[in-house]
Unconditional design. Structure first.
Length: 228
């Protein structure tokens, strides 16, 4: 069930400005009835300023009146109209701003050269051919292109630009990982060398111990057999 954007603040407003029951307010705001009780008694952990759900377009006065007349009535939230989502495909740019695209492309290339042509194409809404020409400085109007922030030019949003830059930086960190296959091979070779060295030392120690044992009994005469 849909809930108000700020449930606790909305509950605080309904407690102060209506005669709805705590249960009705709790159901509407998606809270526990004890939370509403704490708000009404001013014992809640945080004191919130009330938020008017009528002004926010989440509730009507008629709906509040229905609830006040019938304690068993459940308030129905007024859902805002669904936002139009941008369809997939090239970004649409108003005609008045299209002339600024080369400047925005030049700015991205100059400040973030690792951003790919495909990413720039999706971000600004242009062709890869145009981007390649600006990157290679073969664009027919190259002399008049001045790098300018595409966000300032209204070609994209700061959020979308930051997302692209963050992705590029992450990929760059993965490429420059400290792991080196050559160093790893040298490390394994060193480990094998140390293992062989240790085995040789243990083998030598065993041979020395065995020879010392033989020398201790060399020349010993058995008192019973009179033999060495």
């Amino acid at each position: 069930m849909a809930q108000p954007l700020m449930p606790h603040a909305t509950a605080s407003w309904l407690v102060d400005n209506s005669s709805l029951t705590f249960e009705q307010i709790a159901n509407f705001c998606g809270l526990h009835i004890l939370e509403v009780q704490a708000i009404a008694d001013d014992t809640a952990a945080t004191k919130l300023a009330g938020r008017d759900p009528v002004r926010a377009g989440e509730l009507t006065l008629e709906e509040i009146e229905k609830g006040q007349k019938d304690p068993n009535y459940r308030l129905v939230i007024q859902l805002p109209p669904e936002q139009n989502r941008r369809p997939k495909g090239p970004r649409y740019t108003p005609i008045s701003r299209r002339q600024n695209k080369p400047d925005g492309i030049a700015w991205i290339i100059a400040n973030h050269p690792k951003v790919t042509d495909g990413q720039i194409s999706k971000l600004i809404g242009t062709t890869r051919e145009t981007i390649a020409k600006i990157r290679n400085r073969t664009h027919y109007n190259m002399i008049n292109i001045v790098p300018k922030d595409p966000v300032t030019l209204g070609l994209t949003t700061q959020r979308e630009l930051n997302a692209i830059i963050a992705k590029v930086e992450k990929d760059k960190e993965e490429e420059t990982s400290p792991f080196d296959a050559t160093l790893a091979g040298e490390r394994e070779a060193m480990i094998r060398y140390l293992h062989r060295k240790r085995e040789n030392q243990e083998r030598t120690a065993e041979e020395i111990h065995a020879s010392e044992g033989e020398s201790q009994y060399k020349g010993f005469v058995d008192p019973f057999t009179k033999k060495q």
